[in-house]
Design a protein around this ligand. Structure first.
Ligand code: MIC
Ligand code: SF4
Length: 642
């Protein structure tokens, strides 16, 4: 029988369940990655499982998010992560080595394997034909311990690429075009497989830009075939032995086919405040720009920065624009420096930012008040940049670099700048000295714990009945950045009681206080929400901190995949309105009672909520039997240790 690529890899890793679309399967995970902002909690939970060592082929702990280090907290976390890596047999990627997804693609990504990462942009690995999935830290901890990763057998969509990109049109424009077709919601349970003759025209870093930003559609992951181009990339990284051919069989079936003529795409931008709000650059031309930021795991490959350097060479950044450039990895920075591109950037007036997440997560380089910032990153959610009223536009490095020169949105095809003839290198400079590889002696390392590192919070088993309050009612497309802000608050990731003070900080400043007051009176907190609740990141703190605050259920019109899984992992019920019209009838502050909630979950029956002044509300859920047991136990940690 003919198979698509997704089916081939998933079936080769299947350990539990039947491969039937929509049904839950458990798969083996070959590789894991964590980053420091989600990693500390992931490893605290791994420690709580009491295993002597990791059981994957490869697990890498990266430090790339919290590298600003204002105060001792982040440096302590880094030391904790380093000691964990030695003790349990992980590779440690030191701060300064680069952004996890870019570095993993360069040094470890392997066609045909599975990668689970505690970061939503893990699908970057799909650029070399990996099934690379983002998940909460606890799921990654379980996978490191040799446990299965559970997902619904996905629908597979084929994005059939034909033609070739025109000059000044880039991989970023391809993924923005895809976002304009598929939007940022409604794609839960889908994997996007790229195919067709256009694939051969795209390099691995271009493919990785496309799979990286698939995260913004809410698909489980995206991937490309592994072909001659993949082999050349791995060879240039001195890893040709990791290559294998991976293509769909002739006649393979797909749930949907999306035809994309690369030659018809034009330069695009995602406008405030959603990656799905896509417009042609030509429509925005002339708008003044205050800031430009080039980098992030989406667009910081060597080719991206070589192109940026070629555009800026011999020219000066506009006096009204602040241009910041963050290379994706130390390899990129080293090579750019060796070949002179770095001097061109500096001579133009660009500010060199650390080769880390930095501006993308809003922990520095925030724009001025109401500033217009053009960024090559992947998310432009309101306030994520650290400036509440900033207007963030997501664009290609080409568009960003030209705007930095002209001071305004400029269609690159009409800028009068010659198209830069830049290519991928035949050989990358390999220097793995910023990795610390595990060895036997390291197994006796004692774990370093700073004063900011607390234990992961515990939860109790689900109660028979709940008496509570609609503590907050929010609208559609609530992102995890709304729920659990990062940026300046990132340094509290290891300190849940402190971090929990900031839940919904930018939406409703007194939410956490109200929750704690309720919790003290044994009143359960309920969150009511619209469509696509939990878009964006994998950060499990968006479930862990509400759990700490006594949130027992989120009732929404729909959920995004990673966040829904995180809610289950932390014992919070993700309930769906049986009748979406009920959303409008429920006021914030109303009292809620659910007399038989535990029985309902045990029996797989709908949950009935009695809402004061409204009446009975029927709620459904999409949960496997395993997930219902996790919820009854009060979360995955309780369930696993049990
Ligand atoms: C993001 O881009 O939002 C992050 C920061 O990388 C998150 C992870 C986190 O919150 O630590 C993600 O994408 O999962
Ligand atoms: Fe880092 Fe931004 Fe990528 Fe998240 S999206 S991993 S913060 S660069």
């Amino acid at each position: 029988m003919s198979s698509n690529i997704v089916e081939k890899i998933l079936k080769a890793h299947l350990r539990e369940g039947d491969y039937v679309v929509g049904q839950e399967i458990g798969i083996r995970i070959d590789q894991t990655l964590t980053q420091d902002a989600t990693g500390t909690m992931a490893y605290l939970q791994f420690e709580a499982m009491g295993l002597p060592a990791i059981k994957t082929d490869l697990s890498v702990s990266y430090v790339d998010h919290n590298t600003v280090q204002v105060g001792f907290e982040n440096a302590d976390d880094h030391k904790y992560l380093q000691s964990i890596a030695s003790r349990y047999g992980l590779v440690f990627s030191r701060p300064g080595n680069g952004i996890c997804h870019q570095v993993h693609l360069e040094r470890f990504g392997k066609p045909g394997t599975t990668l689970l990462g505690s970061d939503s942009h893990t699908p970057t690995g799909g650029g070399v034909g990996q099934i690379a999935i983002g998940a909460g830290g606890l799921d990654v901890a379980v996978a490191m311990g040799g446990g299965n990763f559970y997902l619904a057998t996905p629908k597979v969509y084929l994005a059939k690429l034909t033609g070739a990109l025109k000059p000044w049109v880039t991989a970023k424009d391809v993924i923005l075009h895809m976002l304009s077709i598929l939007s940022t919601k409604g794609n839960v349970g889908v994997v996007l497989e790229y195919g067709g003759p256009g694939v051969a025209t795209l390099s691995v870093p271009q493919r990785a830009t496309i799979t990286n930003m698939g995260a913004e559609m809410g698909v489980t992951t995206s991937l490309f075939p592994s072909d001659e181009i993949t082999r050349q990339f791995l060879k240039a990284q001195k890893r040709e032995q990791d290559w294998s051919l991976l293509v769909a069989d002739e006649g393979a079936a797909y749930d949907r086919i999306i035809e994309v003529d690369l030659g018809e795409i034009e330069p695009l931008a995602a406008c405030p405040h959603s990656p799905g709000n896509v417009k042609p650059i030509s429509e925005l031309a002339g708008m003044k720009v205050d800031q430009v930021a080039i980098g992030s795991c989406t667009n910081s490959s060597l080719k991206d920065l070589r192109t940026t350097a070629a555009i800026l060479k011999g020219r000066k950044v506009h006096p009204d624009v602040s241009l910041g450039i963050a290379p994706g990895s130390r390899q990129v920075l080293q090579m750019l420096s060796d070949e002179g591109g770095l001097s061109d950037l500096l001579a133009s007036g660009a500010r060199l930012l650390e080769n880390a997440c930095g501006f993308c997560i809003g922990n520095h380089f925030s724009p001025k008040s109401a500033g217009i910032s053009l960024r090559t990153s992947n998310r432009n959610f309101e306030a994520r940049s650290g400036t509440a009223d900033a207007q963030i536009y997501l664009v290609s490095p080409e568009v960003a670099a030209i705007a930095a020169l002209t001071g305004e949105f400029t269609d690159p095809r009409a800028a009068g700048i010659p198209f830069p003839a830049v290519s991928e290198p035949a050989e990358f400079t390999i220097d793995d000295s910023m990795f610390i590889f595990p060895n036997e002696a390291g197994r006796s390392t004692s774990i370093f714990r700073g004063p900011n590192i607390g234990d992961p919070p515990a939860n109790t088993a689900m109660a028979d009945a709940l008496t509570g309050e609609v503590t907050i009612k929010v609208g559609d497309k609530i992102t995890t950045d709304h729920i659990m802000p990062a940026g300046a608050r990132l340094k509290y990731r290891s300190n849940v009681p402190k971090y929990a003070q900031f839940v919904f900080e930018n939406v409703d400043g007194s939410f956490s206080k109200r929750c704690l007051e309720n919790k003290a009176k044994a009143v359960a907190n309920f969150i009511f929400a619209g469509e696509s609740y939990g878009q964006g990141s994998s950060r499990e703190h968006a479930a862990m901190c509400p759990m700490y605050l006594g949130v027992k259920a989120v009732v929404a019109k729909s959920f995004e995949r990673i966040h829904a899984a995180n809610l289950v992992n932390f014992g919070i019920l993700p309930l769906l309105f049986a009748d979406a019209g009920d959303y409008d009838r429920i006021p914030q502050g109303a009292a809620v009672v659910s007399p038989n909630i535990r029985k309902a979950i045990e029996n797989g029956e709908p949950v009935i909520l009695e809402v004061d002044g409204v009446g009975l509300i029927k709620c459904d859920y999409k949960l496997s039997g395993r997930q219902r047991e996790i919820l009854l136990a009060g979360g995955l940690l309780n369930f696993t240790t049990k």
